[in-house]
Ligand binder design. Structure first.
Ligand code: D41
Length: 791
């Protein structure tokens, strides 16, 4: 008995604490304790409740994770009907609405309005009795709705118990349940990864989540709620006379109210509110489809009354629709610069989100499968913000009998070459760090494919590329069509007469274009690299490649493992670069440039000091990247200290291994030794190591000696990370100085970091740098470095 008393007390205290934290987190947006602390208290509460199920209070915050699944939803009759809202879509309709009101309220001078964003979610009614949430219902037909209490209990921001003491015995709060954009994106990303159907928009996602019989699923969906009104309230005296004030009362009780809601002195502010919210629509964290304008004074509301089931004192002033239905007329297949084949939907033109849309990309086959799309289907087109229009769904019960399957071509629609399937791995930066692969189709025709040739040349001459003024897309198409140009190098062979032979050219324009091409025979290496249009290689990566490797020859010969030492170049990009330069079609195209004859590349010729030093002095990084099982950083370093060169790795045997020890003079473990000896027997592995060594041999490496690395000759190309409190200079100042001397300053420590400058109270970055064996210096040492460089 005493035990139960004690448990009851503890449960009550935990509930109170956790409810308070929930309020701080969801309503005040100001959490005061770390999540881990919250989780600990929650675990204690759940354990207690499990031991004493009869003691669990109705408002226990433990219920926010969902309970037993239901068989069906029961019906709930609303004690006070849930009204609907009239709409206006234009300034005139809005003015007419205002006039009706002012006519009826002729005796009033100023009519205050409460202006609210119109949330795109689902209307629900929450019923609190004695301050406890006892029922939640959907709007239904306004008279009866569905009992969704179990699901609503799991919504984080809805309090299971009202705050404070000052609430009526029975209080019904009406509002909108919605899914914030970020939660929606995360949910759909997950669905795509799991090959599941995605939701067309946050509203559908919210509806789908609320209508789960299993509230544990709802609990995981991150729904939210804003109150916008009241239903039945048993105590008239409790109620304020202003709609806005009532919402503030509701907020006082711990229910969230949209922070954008404003009380306006008269109707003139309404248009401004509408425009302001419309302008900020994309930046809001939740979807809205208009504003709701309500006469604020409750007395005035009563005079105005209702028509049918909508109040005459409120209206939704809606934004132009972001979603419309239209017909999918056909799917065409476009071939891009790299040969990727993209399905494009041809639509019956439709006005949506402020523009007329007649095309939408379908991305790839997986997207089509996910949507379950057929030609002639009625589809949902969505254009939110400035993003490109998308097909987000199909209206299946509108599917005509003569709808047709969408068939991917097996041959390129432009050049009839074979189409190959390429798996592309996407890494999503979600909590679980998932990755998924999506199939894309690629035409193998390269520059013999007209579409690829046109796109490649457009890219080649673009502003960030060779930058040829006056050579627009249409002219490129003409040049390709007339076969005057079969590769980018041909541009330089064009004569004034060639241009004159094309439609639309006159003497002067032909001469001008000829000259602007001839003027671009001298090109910097980074621009040339960019202009080649290597997949994944944009202007920043092109600059890094040019700066670190110094010459086109070095870039062409560089093994992907070495490429990946360059900042900006990840493993995937390294592979793309390597494959590009080793592709036999591309080799032919590059040879056509006849370097120094047709085109001259101004470059540094030599690889950068930084790169050479990584390759020559940090060979362990190469070993580390070879992917030998069990060979981590320490083993790599131990191995490298005893190898003459990389190829020597292949000559290792058991006897030699016995002389290889790590920094602490310890022999490498038997399992590491066996792993290496097994690996070097594999012929693929031997070929790879030979390739890397010959790539190193071919690189025109600057002579860097072992000692050089600690004593920097120039900061160009070096990557610094700064952490902790500096003694003699502000951290940001030091960062600026380093950058002014050509160094790169980044925020996180990785294998690409050259120096960590650690001040006092350096934390995790220091630990990571130590673990990675990165040079660690203090600010005094850093300033010395700068001084040597003319600081
Ligand atoms: O944000 C909304 N979706 C919203 C809906 C809102 N801010 N206010 C609303 N006010 C009402 C009245 C005036 C009837 C209390 C509403 C709705 N109704 C509503 N939502 C769905 C049906 C009616």
């Amino acid at each position: 008995m005493a035990d139960a008393m004690q448990a009851k007390q503890q449960i009550s205290e935990l509930c109170q604490q956790l409810n308070e934290y929930n309020h701080q987190y969801y309503v005040l947006d100001n959490p005061t304790v770390p999540d881990a602390h919250y989780d600990r208290l929650m675990r204690q509460l759940k354990e207690l409740e499990q031991a004493h199920p009869d003691l669990m209070p109705l408002d226990s915050p433990s219920q926010k994770v969902g309970g037993e699944a239901l068989k069906s939803f029961s019906q709930v009759e609303h004690q006070m009907p849930m009204l609907s809202l009239d709409n206006v879509f234009s300034e005139e309709e809005w003015q007419a609405f205002v006039k009706r009101i002012t006519d009826k309220l002729a005796d009033r001078q100023h009519i205050q309005f409460c202006a609210e964003p119109k949330l795109d979610g689902l209307a629900v009614s929450l019923r609190y009795e004695q301050g406890i949430l006892v029922q939640a219902a959907t709007r239904g037909d306004g008279k009866t709705g569905e009992n969704i209490t179990e699901n609503v209990r799991t919504i984080g921001c809805i309090p299971l118990k009202l705050r404070g003491e000052n609430y009526p015995e029975i209080l019904e709060v009406r509002g909108e349940v919605f899914m914030p954009k970020a939660s929606f994106d995360a949910l759909n990303e997950k669905a795509i990864n799991n090959d599941e159907k995605t939701f067309a928009n946050p509203r559908n996602a919210a509806a789908g989540s609320l209508r789960q019989l299993d509230s544990k699923i709802t609990a995981k969906r991150n729904l939210a709620f804003y109150a916008y009104g009241l239903g039945f309230v048993n105590d008239e005296n409790w109620l304020a006379n202003s709609h806005y004030q009532r919402l503030m009362q509701v907020k006082q009780l711990g229910l969230p109210v949209c922070p954008e809601i404003k009380l306006l002195a008269d109707q003139s502010g309404c248009a401004e509110f509408y425009q302001d919210i419309l302008n900020r629509r994309d930046a809001l964290s939740y979807e809205i489809d208009g504003t709701v304008l309500k006469v604020d004074d409750i007395g005035a509301q009563q005079i105005l009354g209702f028509v049918a089931r909508a109040p005459r004192w409120a209206t939704a002033y809606k934004f132009p629709a972001q979603e419309e239905l239209t017909e999918l007329l056909d799917v065409e297949f476009q071939v891009g610069r790299t040969g990727a084949i993209t399905p494009v939907a041809r639509l019956k033109p439709i006005f949506v989100g402020g523009v007329t849309v007649s095309n939408a990309t379908l991305h790839n086959q997986d997207e089509i499968n996910r949507l379950g799309l057929k030609i002639k289907d009625t589809v949902i087109i969505r254009r939110a913000g400035d993003v490109i229009p998308q097909i987000t769904g199909v209206v299946l019960n509108e599917r005509p009998v003569d709808s047709k399957d969408i068939i991917f071509p097996t041959n390129c629609p432009e050049c009839n070459s074979k189409v190959e399937r390429v798996e592309k791995v996407h890494h999503f930066k979600t909590k679980e760090s998932e990755s998924s692969s999506q199939a894309t189709f690629r035409c193998v025709g390269r520059l013999s494919c007209k579409a690829q040739l046109v796109q490649s040349i457009i890219h080649f001459v673009s502003r960030k590329g060779i930058d040829i003024e006056g050579l627009g897309d249409k002219i490129v198409e003409q040049l390709v069509e007339s076969k005057l140009v079969t590769s980018p190098a041909d541009l330089y062979q064009l004569s004034i007469e060639d241009f004159l032979s094309l439609d639309g050219f006159a003497e002067l324009s032909a001469k001008n274009l000829f000259e602007s091409i001839q003027n671009r025979r001298n090109i910097t290496l980074d621009r040339f690299i960019y202009s080649l249009g290597i997949p994944d290689v944009g202007d920043s990566t092109s600059k890094s490649l040019a700066k670190e490797l110094g010459s086109l020859n070095s870039i062409r010969k560089c093994h992907p493992i070495l490429l990946s030492f360059i900042s900006d170049v990840g493993n995937e990009t390294a592979k793309e670069v390597f494959e590009f330069f080793n592709d036999k079609h591309n080799i032919i195209v590059l040879d056509k440039f006849k370097f120094d004859e047709i085109i001259t590349i101004s470059d540094e010729h030599q690889v950068s000091y930084n790169f050479a030093s990584k390759v020559l002095n940090e060979k362990w990084r190469i070993i580390h990247k070879l992917g030998i099982l069990k060979v981590g950083e320490i083993a790599s370093k131990a191995l490298v200290s005893r190898l003459l060169d990389l190829n020597d790795l292949l000559e290792l045997n058991y006897e030699r291994f016995l002389s290889i020890t790590n920094e602490n003079n310890k022999l490498l473990s038997l399992s590491i030794r066996n792993s290496v000896l097994d690996k070097i027997k594999e012929s693929d592995f031997r070929v790879m190591v030979n390739d890397i060594q010959s790539s190193i041999d071919k690189l025109d490496l600057v002579n860097v000696s072992e000692e050089d690395t600690s004593d920097v000759g120039g900061l160009e190309g070096l990557v610094f990370v700064l952490t902790g409190t500096m003694k003699s200079i502000k951290r940001s100042e030091l960062g600026k100085l380093l950058e002014a001397h050509g160094a790169k300053v980044t925020s996180s420590v990785s294998i690409k970091t050259d120096y960590l400058i650690a001040g006092e109270k350096a934390g995790s970055k220091l630990a990571k740098a130590e673990a990675l064996g990165i040079n660690i210096i203090d600010d005094t040492k850093a300033l010395n470095l700068l001084e040597q460089n003319g600081f």
